[in-house]
Design a protein around this ligand. Structure first.
Ligand code: ASP
Length: 306
């Protein structure tokens, strides 16, 4: 069977698809494609949920989380709460390829990023700094006052809201292999060190070349609690369609809480679907034989639906 390579992404991933499709058209690997896609969004300061320009934690520090999975053998790399580097996805890949580990966080991740010569960046932009200061003001805090606080938990209760965001990519290459990548600055104005689902392999990101892949955006704590991405791939393995798998994932999340949540699913045969518990959410996809990405509406699974 001739395989037409494809990359499926969260809606905000559309500008990154050309980079991955270029890799796949040359016969390149799915793993290289998803990394190339994620790097585009990480470097784009206009996306305030990923990489440079991502929203900071409660102390005004942009902490980045990323992971990638190679579906052929489940080799995976992840970084959490990485500060000061432009491409967390590439640091995650280096963790996978150069260390006997899967995940590094915080100071250790930054130390390793320096060791491999990863590109440094100032991640907080003037506009995301302004958003942070405005949010602190709502909590009756200032940058100086919040930095003096012995206890941040009461402040975070007032600074966090619904602002989250992540970019997802799942690619199928000409050889039939699948890889997936996820990158984010996490939950805006969070407690320092908070990790969501994005760097947790099996929660926000998982793939298996035999069956397909799944990646999440939205309230990451719920994806951790449901092991959402791995569960989705298990459901593909059981023979469910991508659309049914996406629907079931949202229904599982809805059973826990009412919080915005989204999933994209790519099956091993190239079929794909995406779902959300909010309306008007889109996902992006492009096959190697298409000139431009297509944006499709995600199926909505409202609270209460089974
Ligand atoms: N899932 C991400 C997190 O919880 C945020 C998001 O995608 O909205 O960190």
């Amino acid at each position: 069977m001739k395989i037409t390579p494809i990359v499926v992404a969260s809606g905000n991933g559309a500008p990154g698809l050309a980079a991955g499709i270029a890799v796949l058209r040359k016969g390149g690997r799915a793993l290289d494609a998803v990394e190339a896609c994620a790097r585009v969004i990480e470097a784009d300061p206009s996306d305030t949920s990923v990489g440079r320009g991502g929203k900071p934690n409660v102390l005004g520090v942009v902490e980045l989380d990323a992971s990638l999975v190679d579906g052929t053998d489940h080799r995976a790399g992840a970084v959490g709460a990485l500060v000061g580097y432009l491409h967390p996805i590439s640091v995650a890949r280096a963790v996978m390829e150069r260390l006997p580990h899967v995940m590094l966080v915080g100071d250790g991740a930054a130390r390793f990023a320096a060791e491999i010569g990863a590109e440094r960046a100032r991640l907080l932009t003037p506009s995301t700094r302004r958003m942070w200061v405005e949010r602190l003001a709502k909590a009756r805090e200032t940058p100086a006052s919040v930095r003096r606080r012995a206890k941040l938990a009461p402040v975070v209760a007032k600074t966090v809201g619904e602002e989250r965001g992540t970019v997802n990519f799942i690619a199928l290459d000409r050889a039939g292999d699948i890889a997936s990548a996820v990158s984010t600055s996490g939950w805006a104005f969070k407690y320092p060190g908070r990790l969501g689902d994005s760097p947790i392999v099996g929660a926000g990101n998982y793939c298996d070349t035999r069956y397909g892949g799944a990646c999440c955006t939205g309230f990451g704590e719920l994806a951790i609690r449901n092991v959402t991405a791995k569960t989705a791939v298990d459901r593909l393995a059981s023979g469910m369609s991508a659309a049914e798998v996406a629907r079931r994932a949202i229904a599982d999340v809805n059973a826990l809480d009412d919080a915005a949540f989204n999933i994209v699913v790519l099956a091993a045969d190239g079929s794909h679907a995406a779902a959300s518990n909010r309306t008007e959410r889109r996902y992006a996809w492009q096959r190697a034989d298409m000139d431009a990405p297509e944006l499709s509406v995600r199926e909505v699974v409202p609270l209460g639906a089974r």
